[in-house]
Design a protein around this ligand. Sequence first.
Ligand code: 13P
Ligand code: SF4
Length: 322
Amino acid sequence: MEAQVLESMEAQALERKAERDRELRERLMQLKKERNAIILAHYYQRDEIQEVADFRGDSFLLAQKAATTDADVIVFCGVHFMGESAKILAYDKTVLVPDERAGCPMADMVNVEGLRELKRKHPNAAVVTYINSSAEVKAETDICCTSSNAVKIIQSIDADEIIWVPDKNLGHYVSQFTDKKMIIWEGYCNTHDMLTVKDVLEMKAKYPNARFVAHPECRPEVLKLADFIGSTTAIIKYCRESDHDEFIVGTEDGTGYQLRKDSPHKKFHFASRFLVCPNMKVNNLKKLVRCLETMRPQIYVPPHIAERARISLERMLQVAGG
Ligand code: 13P
Ligand code: SF4
């Protein structure tokens, strides 16, 4: 087929998608009003979701938002543990997710039995759990944290020993900010852990004037190369406020939406083309509209689990300035 014909077919397909998306956005606005709903979106969501969200944020900001909203319905566009945390913090609200299959492999790397076993071995240790975990694991936890407040949380611990679950890379990073003994679980994020020193050095050679910013879920040897380390919100803020105008970004590619929105004149190069979380991308605009239409799938956390998990999340909000 001729190149011109192909181009015109592509243009028509794009136009049809734009028209469908316009209709979906209109329907969404209508439903949001009818249901008195709020849409929260993590920075790793597809652009088409971030565009229509009431709030975009990292896992900490979104947990804070869920805990304080007046809306009757929270639509959480992120992965399952985020919806669960919202439900735990706002138990009387209906919490919807566009697709319940959006899980987090790191959260699945620790289970209650394993954590209880570790608690038996270290009875005097405090348990600090990354928010990327199940409600059941949070229920076995003293205090939760996110990547934006992990250092602050770890420094608030009184006990001499800390059991840290599930992210070994974030655990290694925060261990540099405490002299307490840390017992670190061997979990990791499939997406961030994939980034290698070789990837970063290649990018640095290609863009010698760029600053390298990285999420603490990356490996320790990768973090050593970073000019700035922080949560997605912290990375976005750093790039916005920095005098530099070119960055190599060591976190999930959805962050590009907010980076480019805040600083359209700056250049952002993602450190690897594999920095894409397939779980986050399971959600899309169509599923978002459908979940508000059908009020399904809803997040359910048994009350006895929610009650105990809430204590560890509320402690985090208190210590980290909730
Ligand atoms: P933050 O939202 O805390 O930056 O964490 C990133 C992440 O991997 C969420 O799943
Ligand atoms: Fe989980 Fe990593 Fe995806 Fe975050 S980016 S949801 S930690 S797999």
